[in-house]
Design a protein around this ligand. Structure first.
Ligand SMILES: Nc1ncnc2c1ncn2[C@@H]1O[C@H](COP(=O)(O)OP(=O)(O)OP(=O)(O)O)[C@@H](O)[C@H]1O
Ligand SMILES: [Mg+2]
Length: 269
């Protein structure tokens, strides 16, 4: 084997390990959502059971139709969550495609909405223009999910989470900003947060603490997309992470987005 072959073999091994690490971090964020998803399924089942009982008790058509519509809506919500969770957990491909970043954010919010609600975090989203970028959807969703979970964990006792998704024609960037009203990050820690395995989170009763990989992987992913990642933080006030990607031109007709179509959508606890 030549030196060149040897080098290529090592590079391939490093790439395979990197992918395994990404997948392990992804699974850890799925774990962080397990309790809120179970909670939401419990609520959905309560709705289904109660409306099924109501439908059986009342013989008139109007009441039965109402019961069926409620059961259908609850089932559709459950299906949206399981579909989203399965799609997220799948080992993503390397493919990049031009996407509207609003759709990416919507898919992540389906998974975290309940978690934010349980922790009394008020969510607001803002959309400006048509932020198209050529991205690997699975990787960017993983980055976003980690940042939203980080933000929620920094807001002990609740707070505000503002997510902005905008096209900036002047800088030719498509941007996503995630702003929380949490604890903030002291200056000496700010330099370390992108280091691998740097975490300030201690293991909880179930032995689950931070792996300190979320932001290190985020930095790698954004770099690979020729993007930029910026953090601004003030202790006691909050933190903002901004992701910038080169603005792309539409290649195919974009499918319409639903929950954040207008300028603002809010979820109240
Ligand atoms: N929004 C935020 N507010 C305050 N501190 C933050 C915020 N985001 C990240 N941090 C700090 O940066 C550290 C590193 O974050 P990172 O996402 O890389 O790892 P983690 O959240 O600790 O673990 P993992 O994401 O692997 O579960 C965190 O432990 C925390 O101290
Ligand atoms: Mg994290």
């Amino acid at each position: 084997m030549t030196e060149r072959d040897d080098c290529q073999k090592h590079l391939a091994e490093i790439q395979a390990l990197r992918e395994e690490l990404m997948q392990a971090q992804k699974m850890s964020s799925v774990g962080a959502l397990a309790s809120s998803v179970t909670h939401e399924f419990n609520n959905i089942l309560t709705t289904v059971i109660n409306y099924a009982k109501m439908g059986l008790r009342h013989k008139n058509e109007e009441t039965r139709d109402k019961a069926f519509s409620k059961i259908l809506a609850a089932g559709q919500r459950a299906s949206k969550i399981t579909t989203g969770m399965l799609a997220y957990a799948r080992n993503g491909s390397d493919r990049r495609e031009v996407m509207n970043l609003v759709e990416l954010v919507e898919d992540v919010l389906v998974l975290v909405e309940k978690d934010l609600q349980i922790h009394r975090v008020r969510l607001q989203t803002h959309v400006e223009g048509e932020p198209l970028a050529e991205v690997n959807a699975s990787q960017i969703q993983q980055v976003l999910l980690n940042m939203i979970i980080n933000a929620r964990q920094a807001m002990d006792g609740g707070g505000r989470l503002d997510i902005g998704i905008r096209a900036n024609p002047d800088s030719k960037c498509a941007e996503i900003s995630i702003r929380d009203s949490g604890a903030g990050i002291p200056g000496d820690q700010l330099r370390k947060i992108f280091d691998q395995f740097y975490t300030t989170k201690t293991a909880d009763a179930q032995g689950q603490g931070g792996t300190g990989l979320g932001l290190a992987l985020a930095r790698d992913v954004i770099e690979a997309h020729h993007g930029r990642l910026r953090v601004d933080s003030a202790v006691g006030k909050g933190t903002t992470f901004t992701l910038k990607f080169p603005l792309a031109q539409a290649r195919v007709a974009n499918k319409p987005t639903n929950i954040i179509r207008s300028s603002t959508a809010a979820t109240q606890p």
